[in-house]
Structure formats: structure tokens, C-alpha cells
Design a protein around this ligand. Structure first.
Ligand SMILES: [Zn+2]
Length: 454
């Protein structure tokens, strides 16, 4: 079935024209240390060395829905967008599949992953932009993928139509004009050995120097290094920022005390809140990510472990949970019933079948607090005291007693208009940190330049 387009391209007997190709790769992460970005790095190096290709964009690292349970927490796919001659296509596809299969066996990528490769020839069909939005904010069923593949004739899936193809195609569909950031990913030579040898102070200093252009690399409040992962994968470090040039300068100022395999700069949707789209309560379904504007329906209640839960909708019933580690609990515990907020996060279904939003961001519009006071003495104006159950109130100052007054309910409404997010080290790749507000940009394909790969 597939393979149609490639064979057409060969058989057309056309003069050797250039053609645009988008290559998507997904789900090549394994517990034994492989990862999709690392394979992409090796492929890019190989294509630059042996094939006459011209990259029309930085490699894209496209994060998709972080709440899909069987994907790794990062859920990141990679896209390579390049031009080459038609006569190169056969060799390109062979290089791609050979390298991927070799990588899969070398890193024993099999358990729990479903590697996918997809190629799109020419312009990206608009169906893929829709697939991107769905894979970013929802769960994509395999039938949805097969339906798209049947409609499009410029798509190839040389390793078959595994689940990984969903991510690979969705990532190709990341639309132009979206906000973007960059990440420099450096790779290790060492394998499977624990901690990365990167001098913490050098990161701290570089981070202060380039602050305003970089984000989530160092948590200065908690004094935590964020660029080095703790997993078993080949990533040495990742530096996140607004532009490629800044990342190279940052990287060059770090003191790294272990061998470096090389690095590559990716253009990404990280730190853009792309997955948090304002919806309404009818859009709530397990695995969806969204924002809801709502008024709080209950007081925050503590769960075991110091987490907070709050009711945000009566019909259908919907709760929001704020994990203690998120540090959002301190703000949410101040909010009374009726407070107006926008809550953003992903929907999980708990064992009792209640839908619960795991909140990663709050925008407090209006804080409502309710106080209940004893009434003031009608004679002298002092606040009265209770005279006992069912006996009304008495005044300590002038001795006045009454059973005709009720407690006063005072409602305090304060306009806040402020956004709160989780701490940087708890933040999902997609979440926009506060320091990026106002730095949003419209990004298009950017021809890579300078030392974007090493
Ligand atoms: Zn009085």
C-alpha cells in the first residue's frame, strides 16, 4: 500500500528536480538508553556527510500531549525538514531505515515503545496540522491515523504504521506561525553511567549572564541545576532559550568534565503553552489538556500527602488537584468559594471515575474571601460576644444584650489578575514559564546557520 509515492517519484523519469521532504521520528526512547533526539542527531550528521541535502529548518523537537500514560513523560518527536534531489530519495530512505533499525537493536528499544518513522513529500497537508493539535491536547486513536493515511498520497511510513507514526506525523504538522523556542542538546560518549559531570557554578553564571534569553536551565531560587537529566539516556545536557546563537555562547561557557559526543540545536514548541487551549467543561475528557475559566465551588480540602483538591464544577462533576510539590497549594489555599480563576492542566480519571484536572497553571482573576463576624453593638458600636447557644449576643462594653441580631457575613472581593505556575523543576516541557510571558513570537522555518551541529 505505502511506498506508492516513492516509486512514482522514481518512475516519473523527470529531470532530477529538488524536492522538499519532512521526516518525522517518534518513540525511539528505551529504558536502556536510546532516545529519539539522539538518533536524529546521528541521522543528521550522516545525511550531511554522505547525501546532498539542504536543511530548510533547524531540526524540530516537537512535544506532544504529556498526559498520555504509555508515552514517556517528555513525549517528544523529531522532524527533519530538508531539500534534496529526487535521485537521492531511495538512498535517503534506506539510510534512514537502516540507521533506525541498527539503533533500535543497539539500544534494545523494544519494551514499551513503538517506534515510528514518517516521510512527507512536498508541502505539509492541512490534515497534519489538525493531527498535531489532537496529538498535543488529546488521545489519538489508531483508526484516526489510518484514516489520515488513506487520504494522503504524499506520505510514506517505511517501518509500517505503528503508534509511533502518530507522533511522527503530528510533529510534521506543527504549524508555521506558532510560538517557538530552541534547545541545544549535547550528547555523552559515556553510556549508562550515572551523574553527568557538569560544573554547577559555570551553569549558574552563564544562566545569569544570558537571563532574559534563556529559561528553565537553572532554578536560582532553589539552587537546582536543570540542564542535566537523571535518566539513563545519551543526553548530556539541554539548554533552553529564545534563539540559537545564545545557546551556543551559553554552552561554550560551561565547564564540562566528561567527554562530549557532540551537540545539535533544535527548534521546539517547548515553553509555549501550546497544549493549554481555553475550553469549556464539555471538552473535559480523560487525557485532554486544556484551560477552564471557572468559579470555585468548594473550599480547598487537604488530601493525604499535603495535596489540595477543590471542586470546580457541579454538573458534570469536576475537581482540580494541586500537588504539594507544584507549590501551587499556597496560592490555592487562600482562595474562597466563588473565586474566579482560569485553571490549566490535564484531565485524569480517578478510580472512582471522577474526572480531575491536574493543575499546572492558575490565573487568578478575582479572589473571594468570606468572613463571618458577630454583629456590632447598636448602642456603642463595639463588636458583641456570643451570650451562649441560643441566647443571642451581649456587649462587654455597655452591657447591651439582644437575641434579634444575626452574625454578619462580609464578602471580600479582590481583583488579582496574576498567573502562577509550578516550580521550574516540576514543569512540563510544554509549559510556558513566567519569564517567557511577553516573549512569544511567530516562528517559521528557519534555515540553520553557524555551528548548529557539532
Ligand atoms: Zn455596647
Amino acid at each position: 500500500m505505502r511506498g506508492r509515492y516513492v516509486s512514482n517519484v522514481y518512475d516519473e523519469g523527470l529531470s532530477d528536480q529538488e524536492i522538499l521532504i519532512h521526516i518525522g521520528l517518534d518513540d525511539i526512547d528505551s529504558h536502556f538508553g536510546g532516545c529519539t533526539t539522539h538518533l536524529s542527531y546521528l541521522i543528521v550528521k550522516e545525511l550531511l556527510k554522505t547525501l546532498n541535502v539542504e536543511f530548510i529548518d533547524y531540526p524540530n523537537l516537537v512535544r506532544l500531549n504529556p498526559s498520555i500514560p504509555f508515552k514517556t513523560r517528555g513525549n517528544g518527536a523529531v522532524v527533519l525538514r530538508l531539500k534534496t534531489f529526487r535521485s537521492n530519495i531511495k538512498l535517503l530512505v534506506k539510510t534512514l531505515t537502516d540507521m533506525t533499525l541498527k539503533y533500535l537493536s543497539e539500544y534494545e528499544v523494544s519494551v514499551g515503545s513503538d517506534p515510528g518513522i514518517a516521510l512527507v513529500f512536498g508541502d505539509v497537508p492541512k490534515e497534519l496540522s489538525r493531527l498535531y493539535m489532537k496529538a498535543l491536547t488529546d488521545y489519538v486513536h489508531r483508526d484516526y491515523l489510518l484514516n489520515i493515511l488513506n487520504k494522503l498520497d504524499n506520505v510514506e511510513t517505511p517501518l509500517g504504521t505503528s503508534r509511533g507514526v502518530i507522533g511522527a506525523l503530528a510533529a510534521i504538522g506543527w504549524p508555521q506561525g506558532s510560538d517557538c523556542t530552541y534547545e541545544l542538546l549535547a550528547y555523552r560518549v559515556l553510556r549508562g553511567v550515572g551523574e553527568r559531570c557538569v560544573d554547577k557554578d559555570s551553569v549558574k553564571n552563564a544562566d545569569l549572564k544570558y537571563s532574559g534569553y534563556v529559561f528553565n536551565n537553572y532554578d536560582h531560587e532553589e539552587d537546582v541545576l536543570l540542564i542535566t537529566p537523571h535518566s539513563n539516556d545519551p543526553v548530556l545536557l539541554g539548554i533552553r532559550g529564545e534563539y540559537p546563537e545564545v545557546l551556543i555562547n551559553y554552552f561554550n561557557e560551561l565547564r564540562i568534565c566528561e567527554p562530549i559526543g557532540g551537540y545539535m540545536i533544535f527548534r521546539t514548541n517547548q515553553g509555549t503553552d501550546a497544549h493549554l487551549i481555553l475550553g469549556n467543561v464539555n471538552d473535559v475528557r480523560p487525557y485532554r489538556t486544556l484551560c477552564l475559566e471557572t468559579t470555585l465551588k468548594s473550599k480547598p480540602e487537604y488530601l493525604r500527602g499535603g495535596h489540595l483538591i477543590i471542586k470546580i464544577c457541579d454538573e458534570p462533576t469536576l475537581y482540580a488537584v494541586f500537588y504539594k510539590e507544584s507549590s501551587l497549594t499556597s496560592i490555592i489555599s487562600k482562595l474562597g468559594i466563588g473565586s474566579k480563576v482560569i485553571l490549566c492542566g490535564s484531565i485524569k480519571q480517578w478510580d472512582n471515575l471522577t474526572n480531575v484536572m491536574n493543575v499546572e497553571k492558575i490565573h487568578v482573576i478575582e479572589l473571594v474571601r468570606t468572613y463571618v463576624h458577630n454583629p456590632k453593638c447598636p448602642k456603642c458600636g463595639k463588636r458583641m460576644k456570643s451570650a451562649g447557644v441560643g441566647k443571642g449576643f451581649k456587649c462587654d462594653k455597655c452591657g447591651y444584650r439582644t437575641t434579634n441580631l444575626n452574625k454578619e457575613v462580609i464578602k471580600e472581593v479582590i481583583n488579582i489578575n496574576k498567573t502562577y505556575t509550578v516550580r521550574p523543576y516540576r514543569m512540563k516541557h510544554l509549559t510556558k514559564p513566567l519569564c517567557r510571558y511577553g516573549k512569544e513570537k511567530q516562528c517559521y522555518y528557519v534555515k540553520p546557520s553557524g555551528n548548529w551541529i557539532n
